[in-house]
Every structure is written in structure tokens, then in C-alpha cells.
Design a protein around this ligand. Structure first.
Ligand code: IVH
Length: 676
């Protein structure tokens, strides 16, 4: 081989090394960022390295790898491999279950006479396995396929009742239980999702499952999961019965339910079932049955396991309550984003203690699958779901004329008459008249004034509806033409509220361009995306003329969002609104801020933000740190100069800071420092 040929080879091999190490480093950072929520690299450094990797890959297509961090976007990092997979030490089995009390009796009678049976509630959530090593919670593994599950420890750490550290516990210990979202939390979450027109969770179990999968532990904490533990595993554990183990777990501080009874006869077991069949409705969490377990651990061993479940336990499941009623009429609701939802109006019936007269029919396909039409006799069920659902129709005894009646989904919007459209791949029909279809316009107004958008106080949904009905609000721009006397003349409002509303309207003229862009309510342009777009397109004038290519070059902006932005500015009514907002003095461009003027008091300092703040948001503090020359970091190390500490700072960060002697600074001290 001559010298000439060797040179490119050498380059290639050093480039290949660089590429390999960049891929590794960026994949690690993705994991820290998305899974641990604790990045150790600044966004800027991450972006620079990502660009370098992209360049290297472009120059060497032969080194293409579908698993390279360049081939993945943030959200699918979470979905595909966000949590580490872990092999269970002991397989996570299920329970044999039955809906028949006779079968429960048979199972119990087959056991030797004197055997004690522990009766417990069957919690309807997700099973979790908590691993403790030397008293420290090290893993929290979901059931997965029973052999391997996901380690969702950061999310489980948000459950306050689960101890993170044990005293005087065996070296290795595993506790199993159920993670749940209490009814109250579930309902609040769904209410929030309804307002934002996000799909609702059908039941607390789905909500808990969706929550455990989140890559954002702060959001998980906000949702408020809870947990009950019902099974302990390990070596050299104390106690000879299941009940003693549960008591032991309770004394170590684990959340163990009080609804547990050691039964000495089949009658006692059946009485427990009968009692909880009704009483469970008063519990704060969902249950779907009763679990019966042989108390004596030696007996459990004797009875052993089948391939799928232990022979020493059985689950009795409560049947969902079901009733037959008449589907009187199907009506159609138009949501804030124009989605048309069919609603079943039923002959009222009593179901699990409440009167049911309406049920959602979701969409056209759902109705067609059930094969129902107005006048049919339908079955309504309320099981683990809080929302009653129609599960089928009564096929027999249907008068010929009625059951053959066909069903037709409307072709025009019931609110504004605009022909409906169905986006390919979506189940929903939608009214495309975003600008003047009444519920959509009211939705746009509500969004515009909301706290994270223009933050205008005093204009709640009822006031908006009132001002809309009176002809005073027909576009978001009308907000800036409201007159005190018009507001004050309305019932329930008066002069004081008129003054307050107008003061807040005036204040909203200070809201920065990125939030104004979010407030416009362009479909799919959320808070974070708006920020990214506003950074690149620093005024509405530049955004208005942006091409699809320019738009999609912004991080997080895909083809669909780009199309929505282009469609927004192609509508003359939106252009008119934008012009009026501009004329009213709304910030439709970024304020020119010369960072050279900002004192670089944090130059060379690495700062970690932790906890919650009252004066500014976390993102604002992050920006302030960067603007003043500092560097943000996600985790505490010996290189950390100080921690900007809010309320409820994570215990592990606090401990680390203490052990490394890193200074904590509260937000007032921090603001004083940068303003000095
Ligand atoms: S004991 C080997 N006890 O039901 C026995 N399970 O269908 C382990 N569950 O996967 C399970 N409440 O998620 C047990 N008190 C309870 C339970 C319970 C709910 C769930 C658990 C399990 C499923 C079995």
C-alpha cells in the first residue's frame, strides 16, 4: 500500500472514532434528558454535537445506522426505549380469576379444612415491583410481559407514600403492589383534558398507565399517583404467614391497605365479598374484585404454581353493572377544535347508583361497529369506567321498522352549517370553519386569554359566551376594542369588573411575541413549539411569508404544523385579525435585546435549577442564566457553582448538594445577584 492511499484511510478511521463516540454520548444525553429528566449537557452543546454528527453521517453514508441519535426525535425516544428493560428476579404472574361465587366456594372448599384464607381487595391499576437493596429503593419495574418490565423508578419516586429508604430491612427485598390514580385525581385530569380537547382516559387504570409511561416526572408528580402493596418477596424474610409479611411491610412504612381479613371459614370469605361488593364504591381508588390467598407460606409452597398463576390464590371479579334502555336520539356536539362528537340520549336508567341519560358514541366508526340507530334497545354498562358506555344492542324483539332504520352521520356542522371534513387517518369528522363557528370561536377566545397565553383576567368562559352572544366579541381582536360602558352594561358584570378586565387587557400588550404566537391558537402550535418558532421567525411579518421548507427546519415543526401555519396565514380573516392586533399594540415581534448590554455576572458559572418557583418560571430562570453568561446543568456535581433552589427541591439533589458542599441560592438572592 503506498502512502497516498494511506492518508484518507487514516482520516476515515479517526472520523469513524469521532462518529462512534458522538453517537454514544448523544444517546446517553437523550436518556438523561428524556428518561431521567436530568441532562448533564447544555442544549447548546447538545445541538453542536448533533450537528457535527449529522455532518459526519452526511459525508459517510456507508456508516448509516438506523439507531443513530440523528435518526430519532425526542418523543419516540421516550416511546421506544425510554425506560431501561429489566428482567424480573421472580416472574410476575397473574391470578386465576372468576366472576362466579360458586367457583370461589369450590376453590376454598378444596383447601384443607383448617387453612386460613387472607381476603384482600383487588386493586384495579398497574402492578409494580419495588426492589430494595441494602434498604435503598433501586428499581421499580412494571409487569411488562411478566418476565421483563420497564424500570420506571423516576416516576415511582413521585409517590410519597413509597419509602425510598428503609431501616433494619433485609439486604434484598422486593415488594409488589398496585399503582393507582385515585378517582378524584382521575376526574380532575380528565376535566383538564376535556378543556384542552385531548382524548379522555376511559378509566383510572388507563390514566395510571399513561402516567407511568410519561418521561416527565414533574408531570407525573402533579397527577398524584398512589400505591397499595400486597406481596413481599426475598430471601430470609421474617414471618411464616402472608398476613405477618404484610404487617411487617406496614411497619417498615409501606402503604398496605386496611381492608384485609384473615378468614377461617368459607362463610367469612363470602361475607367479605358481599360487604366489599357495595362498600368498595366509597373507596378513593378503583377496585375490580377480591383476591383470596392461602395465609400459611409453607402451605403456599405445597400448593405451588401452574405455568401462569399460583394455586394458592384466586381472584373473584365483580361484574360490571349493565342495563337495557332505549336510544332515543343521537345528537352532535361541536368541540372547541371543531371535532364533532356524537352523543347518545337515552331513556334515563339507574346504573351503579347514578341516573344515566347520556353516553358518548365517540365517532362514526364506533356507531357503525355497534350497528345502532335511534329507537334501538341498547345495553349500557358502567364497570371500571366512570363514563357509562353503550356495549351493544338487544338483537331480539326489535320492531322490524325500527331496527332496520339506518344511521347517517351529518354532512354539515350542526352549529354553523359548514360542510364537515374527515382528515385521512383520523376517526373524527371536523368542522373546518375555525374562524366563525361559534363553539370554535369561543374556544379560541378562551385560549387567547388563558394564563399561559395573553393572561387576561376576568374573561372566563361564561363572560366570553355572554359578550359573544351580545355581539361584542366576534374575534380575538375585538378584545382590544371592548369599551368599559359596554362591559359594565352587562348583567353580572358592572363597572368594577369592567375596569379590571380593561386593565388586564392593557397589561397583555406587554406579553412577548412567542406567547402571542401561542395565543393565536394555530392548530398544533403549542407553547413550546411557539417558542421555537418565535426564536427563528422574530416577527409575524417574517412568519407570514415563511415557506414550508423554512418552517420545517425549525426543531419540532413537522409537515403538519407547517401546513397549519401556512393555512392560517392564507385565510384573509386571520390576516385581518393579525393586522388589528398589531394596530392595538400587541407585541407581534420580538423585542430587540442586545445581550452585549446584559452584565455577564454568571460567566463561567455552572448552575443547577431545582424545585418550584413563584416569581418566574423555570424556563425563564434558565433563559436568565444563559443571558447572563452562565451555563445550565441538570445534575449536581463537583463542578456546580450553585443551585438555584425553589420549593420542594428533590431530596436526592439536596443530599448531593450537602455532601459536595454546593451552595443553595433562593430566587430572591438569585435575582439580587443578577440585578446587582
Ligand atoms: S397478588 C402471585 N393481590 O391483579 C400473586 N394481586 O390478575 C400476585 N392485583 O397482576 C398478585 N390487587 O396487578 C394480588 N391484593 C392483590 C391485588 C392484586 C390487584 C392485581 C395484580 C396482578 C393482577 C392479577
Amino acid at each position: 500500500m503506498n502512502k497516498k492511499e494511506q492518508i484518507p484511510d487514516l482520516f476515515a478511521s479517526s472520523e469513524h472514532d469521532e462518529l462512534t463516540s458522538l453517537r454514544k454520548e448523544l444517546a446517553e444525553q437523550n436518556y438523561k434528558y428524556y428518561v431521567l429528566s436530568a441532562p448533564t449537557m447544555s442544549d447548546r452543546e447538545f445541538d453542536e454535537k448533533m450537528h457535527r454528527l449529522q455532518d459526519l453521517e452526511a459525508a459517510h453514508p456507508e456508516w448509516y445506522d438506523p439507531n443513530s441519535p440523528t435518526q430519532k426525535v425526542g418523543s419516540d425516544i421516550g416511546k421506544q426505549d425510554g425506560f431501561p428493560r429489566i428482567r424480573h428476579r421472580y416472574p410476575m404472574l397473574s391470578l386465576a380469576n372468576t366472576y362466579s361465587r360458586e367457583e370461589v366456594e369450590d376453590w376454598a372448599r378444596k383447601l384443607p379444612d383448617e387453612v386460613e384464607i387472607v381476603a384482600e381487595l383487588k386493586y384495579d391499576g398497574l402492578s409494580i415491583s419495588l426492589w430494595y437493596e441494602n434498604g435503598i429503593l433501586t428499581h421499580a419495574v412494571t409487569r411488562g410481559d411478566g418476565t421483563e418490565g420497564d424500570d420506571v423508578l423516576p416516576n415511582i419516586r413521585t409517590i410519597r407514600s413509597i419509602p425510598q429508604r428503609l431501616h433494619d430491612a433485609p439486604e434484598r427485598l422486593e415488594l409488589r403492589g398496585e399503582v393507582l390514580l385515585p378517582w378524584e385525581r382521575f376526574e380532575a385530569l380528565n376535566k383538564e383534558r376535556e378543556q384542552q380537547e385531548e382524548p379522555l382516559f376511559a378509566n383510572p387504570r388507563n390514566a395510571a398507565s399513561g402516567t407511568l409511561k410519561l418521561q416527565d416526572a414533574q408531570e407525573v408528580a402533579r397527577r398524584g399517583l398512589t400505591c397499595y402493596l400486597y406481596y413481599m418477596l426475598g430471601e430470609n424474610l421474617p414471618g411464616t404467614t402472608h398476613y405477618e409479611r404484610l404487617e411487617q411491610a406496614r411497619s417498615w412504612g409501606f402503604p398496605v391497605s386496611d381492608a384485609i381479613k384473615v378468614c377461617h371459614s368459607v362463610d367469612e370469605v363470602m361475607a367479605f365479598i358481599a360487604y366489599w361488593d357495595t362498600e368498595r364504591k366509597n373507596l378513593p381508588v378503583a377496585t375490580d374484585g377480591i383476591v383470596l390467598k392461602v395465609n400459611d407460606l409453607a402451605r403456599q409452597d405445597e400448593l405451588g404454581y401452574t405455568a401462569k398463576s399460583p394455586r394458592w390464590a384466586i381472584a373473584y371479579k365483580f361484574a360490571a353493572e349493565r342495563q337495557l334502555t332505549t336510544l332515543k336520539q343521537i345528537t352532535y356536539q361541536v368541540g372547541r377544535t371543531g371535532v364533532i362528537t356524537p352523543v347518545a340520549n337515552l331513556e334515563p336508567i339507574q346504573l351503579s347508583g347514578t341516573v344515566v341519560q347520556r353516553a358518548t358514541l365517540h365517532n362514526e366508526d364506533f356507531i357503525r361497529q355497534l350497528g345502532i340507530a335511534e329507537g334501538d334497545k341498547v345495553y349500557v354498562e358502567k364497570g371500571g369506567e366512570i363514563i357509562p358506555k353503550i356495549v351493544g344492542k338487544e338483537e331480539s324483539n326489535q320492531p322490524e321498522a325500527i331496527s332496520s332504520q339506518s344511521f347517517a352521520f351529518p354532512t354539515t356542522c350542526p352549529e354553523c352549517g359548514t360542510p364537515l371534513v374527515r382528515v385521512e387517518g383520523e376517526a373524527a369528522w371536523r368542522c373546518p370553519n375555525e374562524v366563525s363557528c361559534p363553539p370554535q370561536l369561543k374556544g379560541k377566545l378562551e385560549h387567547f386569554v388563558s394564563r399561559k397565553a395573553m393572561n387576561i383576567e376576568g374573561l372566563g368562559s361564561e363572560t366570553i359566551a355572554l359578550l359573544y352572544d351580545k355581539g361584542l366579541l366576534h374575534s380575538i381582536a375585538d378584545i382590544y376594542s371592548l369599551r368599559a360602558e359596554d362591559i359594565a352594561a352587562q348583567e353580572r358584570l358592572g363597572e368594577k369588573s369592567a375596569q379590571n378586565i380593561l386593565a388586564s387587557v392593557e397589561q397583555s400588550k406587554q406579553v412577548p411575541w412567542s406567547r402571542v404566537l401561542f395565543a393565536l391558537g394555530i392548530r398544533m402550535v403549542g407553547e413550546t413549539t411557539a417558542k421555537k418558532i418565535a426564536k427563528r421567525f422574530t416577527s409575524v411579518d417574517s412568519l407570514q411569508w415563511a415557506t414550508k421548507e423554512e418552517l420545517t427546519s425549525v426543531e419540532d415543526v413537522g409537515e403538519q404544523i407547517a401546513d397549519n401555519i401556512i393555512a392560517y396565514f392564507a385565510d384573509i380573516r386571520n390576516l385581518e385579525t393579525v393586522t388589528r392586533l398589531q394596530a392595538a399594540g400587541i407585541q407581534m415581534a420580538a423585542q430587540v435585546q442586545d445581550t452585549a448590554d446584559v452584565p455577564q455576572v454568571l460567566a463561567g458559572k455552572t448552575i443547577v435549577i431545582s424545585g418550584t418557583f413563584t416569581r418566574h418560571s423555570r424556563d425563564e430562570y434558565k433563559q436568565m442564566i444563559e443571558d447572563h453568561g452562565g451555563k445550565n446543568s441538570g445534575s449536581v456535581s463537583k463542578n456546580t457553582d450553585f443551585i438555584l433552589a425553589g420549593d420542594n427541591m428533590g431530596p436526592s439533589k439536596l443530599e448531593k448538594a450537602r455532601s459536595l458542599g454546593v451552595q443553595l441560592m433562593n430566587e430572591d438572592e438569585f435575582l439580587a445577584l443578577i440585578n446587582a
